[in-house]
Every structure is written in structure tokens, then in C-alpha cells.
Design a binder for this molecule. Structure first.
Ligand code: SAM
Length: 454
């Protein structure tokens, strides 16, 4: 990769003899030539600027001097000889990003920097070089602030592009895993020895050598940090690039990324939520039924189990029935109820109503009897966080409750994967009736926080 830098302060670039870039220059991986713009000025004072047309403060850099310098470095237009980049730092350019840096590193092998000073460079310079077929003019900004000249901006790009050139950075993995790399996330926090410093410990997981757990921890912290510091980056993430753990983590932080970006919130249902719940439950239940179940049976079950009366009855007994609601809001729209979970029998002397279930669980086991998410939001992470929030609620209400049991249709593979991933294990079967038809469920059990049920 070849860099040419034109500036009125060539000494500014002495730092490019240092560190990784300096080493890469010595090894011939990077070629960097610094040109003094004043060498192209013809008057005795080597003047490169003049007063602005139209008046106003400061001075503007002359196009004729820049033209001489840039023509000399670029040579005549030669279509088909490969693209040169004319990189012009300016506060009015496009904000610099890792994507632009990658584009520069991969699409050109010569970058020429035009470092402005004073009020900047006469506009006709970029206009002229844009007309050349062998030049890509990139006006870029380092951010919404002003420095005195383009030199620091050129240094930043030389370092950022240079480290993507093969061989410049020894550990290629470290380049891939950094903030803004392919994944578009900030990097997780990093730690080194000593393990305790000024009373602050390194996170325990990093000291235990469980690589899978470490990877997960790093990923979680990266997601958390990105959401907190740069929510704009999370908004740009493609939901398909996140696994279900990632989505659950973001959902627990109030954000969904799949199928679309949305805010997510949860709360315990109150008595006046009965109608909304009955409507939602009647809508979601058919979607969760096996395909071979007939319509009448489904409707009969809805009428019996999901009526307004039924929910009104349950919501009047918050010590026995706990219903957690999940809402989404897209681009600030009003919240829409898209999910609910229902946990029953939250007391040590109560038993799950189904005898086959009661038989295989410890006394005082609560029952997750409903966990429904609107089809459009399935896979978004909502189910996992809603369930976790229900379990936290039970724990707060009844810390002695040892476990929670859940039953799902025996052919429901998704549910099997989901519950196992959340620490449930299969403990038995139960049969039951939907609108006159017999069905068979798997029964799963998981310990609640602070309990060991093995
Ligand atoms: N009058 C200009 C304006 O308001 O946009 C600012 C000129 S600045 C004092 C002089 C030079 O510093 C610019 O021509 C540019 O090369 C460089 N510069 C200043 N801030 C910059 C930024 N945020 N990004 C890139 N280059 C910058």
C-alpha cells in the first residue's frame, strides 16, 4: 500500500517512523511519501493561500498550487491502471467509519492525502479531480469538531488502513475481533494482571478457563456496551447475525432486533388487563396448536380457557396466578401487547392441578402454564426474557418455591429445544384434553434460583 501526503507541515509526519507503521515501512509493507505543498509554490514567500472570494475571515488554499502538487504525484490520467484515492480531510466530509477504512484498504493501493489548513482548500480542487476516471475523491470527517489542519486526520487513516494491510499487525485475529469489525459491535472490556487492583476484581469467568463461557461473557458484554454507548450500531445490526442468546440478552435490556428493531417492555398484569389478555390469548392459541387439531375443538378450548371471565377470575387472585405481559413499540408507536406468561400455584402447599404432573415434581413447585408470543415476534428473544421475568417474580413472591414445571405438546421440537436451553429437563408425560381430543405433553422441570432439586 502506498500513501502520499501533501501538507505544509511535512515534519508533522515524523511519527510515522514509530511503532507498527514504522516497522511496516522498514519491511516494505507500507510506502509513505510526504510532500511539502510549499515546494509547488513559485513566489519567493512560498505562498499557498489567499483571501476568500466574497470576503469573510481567514485564508483559503489556492487551487493552482494544489493542482501542481497533485498532478505531479498522480501523473496523467490513465484509465484502467487502477484507482487512486484522493483523500481530503474536511469537517464537511462523510463521517469516517471502519467500513470506509475497509473500503480504502481493499479497493486501492495508492491513497493521496490533501491536508488542508486555514479555512480549507479551494472547492475546485475536489471538483476537478472528481472528473478523472482513475481517481476516487473521498472527503472525510473525523467527527463533529474542528482541528487546525488535515494532518491528524491523514495520520488516523494511514494507521487505520495500514493495520488492515496483511503483515502489518502480527495477530490477524485481533484485527478481526475489534470494535466495529465485521460484526458491527464495540469490543467487550479487556483485563490483565493483577487479578485484583485497588479492590476491583477481574470478572471471575475470565479466570476460570472455560472458553465457551468466556466467549459468551465477552459477547454479552459487547452487546450491552454497544447498546449503551452506541445504540445506533445496534439499530444497524441485521437480526440474522445474532443468535438467540444475543437476542434474549438485548430483549432483557429492552430492545428487539428481529424481525425488526423495536423497544420491548414487560409488566405484571392488573385486573383491568383482562379484556386485552382474553383477546391476545384467543388470537395466539390457534397458532400454537398442532396442525391436525380441528377448528371446533380449538374454539371450544378458547371459550373455556381464555374467556374474559377466566382472566378476570385469575387477575383477582394475584397470590395464585401471576401473569406477565410483554409489549413492543416500533419507532415510538404505542405499545402493542404481543406476549404473556402465566404462572400458577405459587405456594408451598399447592400442587399442579394435573395428577400426572403433581406426581413428578417436588412439593411447592409452581407451574408455568402459558408462555405465548405472537408469531411475528417468535425468535426475537421475548419468550426467554418473559419467562425469566416471571421466574424472578415468583422468586420475589415466594423465595421458598423450589422449582417450576411446564408441559408442552410432545411433538413440539421448538419448545423442547427452548426449555432445555433454559435449564429444564424432561421429567415425565401427561395426557390432557383440548375440546374433546386427547393430547400428550412432555413435562419439563427446572430449579428456581437458590434451589437444588436433584
Ligand atoms: N472552515 C472549515 C470548516 O468550518 O469546515 C474548517 C477548516 S479547519 C480549521 C482546517 C482544516 O483542518 C480543514 O481543511 C481540514 O483539512 C482539517 N479539519 C478540521 N476539522 C476536521 C475534521 N473534523 N475532520 C477532518 N478534517 C478536519
Amino acid at each position: 500500500m502506498r500513501f502520499d501526503v501533501v501538507s505544509i507541515f511535512p515534519q508533522y509526519f515524523d511519527v510515522l517512523d514509530l511503532s507498527l507503521v514504522g516497522k511496516a515501512r522498514k519491511r516494505g509493507l507500507l510506502s509513505i511519501k510526504i510532500h511539502d505543498l510549499r515546494d509547488y509554490a513559485s513566489d519567493p514567500h512560498k505562498t499557498v493561500d489567499d483571501t476568500p472570494y466574497g470576503g469573510g475571515p481567514g485564508m483559503v488554499m489556492r487551487p493552482d498550487i494544489w493542482g501542481k502538487a497533485l498532478d505531479d504525484i498522480m501523473g496523467p490520467e490513465s484509465p484502467g491502471s487502477g484507482m487512486k484515492v484522493l483523500a481530503v480531510p474536511t469537517p464537511s466530509g462523510e463521517p469516517l467509519s471502519q467500513r470506509t477504512i475497509e473500503g480504502l484498504a481493499h479497493s486501492s493501493d495508492q491513497i493521496i492525502f490533501a491536508c488542508g489548513r486555514y479555512e480549507g482548500i479551494d472547492e475546485r480542487v475536489t471538483e476537478h479531480y472528481r472528473q478523472r476516471s482513475d481517481v476516487w475523491v473521498l472527503e472525510y470527517s473525523m467527527g463533529d469538531y474542528i482541528v487546525n489542519g488535515g494532518e491528524v486526520a491523514a495520520l488516523a487513516v494511514i494507521e487505520a488502513v495500514g493495520r488492515l494491510v496483511e503483515g502489518v499487525v502480527g495477530n490477524t485475529e485481533s484485527v478481526k475481533q475489534e470494535s466495529f469489525s465485521e460484526e458491527g459491535l464495540l469490543e467487550s472490556p479487556v483485563y490483565t494482571k493483577p487479578a485484583t487492583w485497588r479492590g476491583i476484581n477481574v470478572p471471575e469467568v475470565l479466570t476460570k478457563g472455560n472458553h465457551k463461557a468466556i466467549e459468551r461473557w465477552r459477547r454479552d458484554r459487547a452487546l450491552e456496551r454497544t447498546l449503551k454507548q452506541r445504540p445506533d450500531l445496534i439499530r444497524r445490526i441485521n437480526g440474522h447475525d445474532l443468535d438467540i442468546h444475543d437476542r434474549e440478552l438485548l430483549a432483557s435490556l429492552g430492545v428487539l432486533v428481529s424481525p425488526t428493531y423495536a423497544n420491548f417492555s414487560m409488566r405484571l398484569a392488573q385486573p383491568d388487563d383482562a379484556q386485552a389478555l382474553a383477546t391476545l390469548a384467543a388470537r395466539l392459541f390457534p397458532m400454537a396448536c398442532p396442525k391436525d387439531l380441528d377448528r371446533q375443538s380449538i374454539q371450544r378450548h378458547i371459550d373455556e380457557e381464555f374467556s374474559l371471565d377466566k382472566f378476570t377470575h385469575m387477575l383477582a387472585q394475584p397470590d395464585t396466578y401471576r401473569i406477565m405481559l410483554g409489549y413492543v413499540s416500533i419507532s415510538g408507536s404505542t405499545k402493542e401487547l404481543i406476549a404473556y406468561s402465566l404462572v400458577e400455584n405459587i405456594s408451598l402447599d399447592s400442587k399442579p392441578s394435573h395428577p400426572e404432573v403433581a406426581k413428578v415434581v417436588p412439593p411447592g413447585t409452581a407451574e408455568l402454564s402459558k408462555l405465548y408470543v405472537d408469531k411475528a415476534w417468535q425468535g426475537s428473544g421475548v419468550a426467554g426474557v418473559l419467562m425469566q421475568s416471571s421466574f424472578d417474580d415468583i422468586h420475589g413472591l415466594s423465595p421458598e418455591a423450589p422449582a417450576v414445571v411446564v408441559s408442552t405438546h410432545e411433538r413440539n421440537k421448538r419448545a423442547d429445544i427452548f426449555y432445555r436451553r433454559h435449564g429444564f429437563r424432561k421429567v415425565g408425560k401427561r395426557t390432557y384434553n383440548v375440546g374433546g381430543q386427547n393430547m400428550s405433553d412432555n413435562v419439563y422441570l427446572a430449579a428456581l434460583r437458590g434451589h437444588d432439586i436433584n
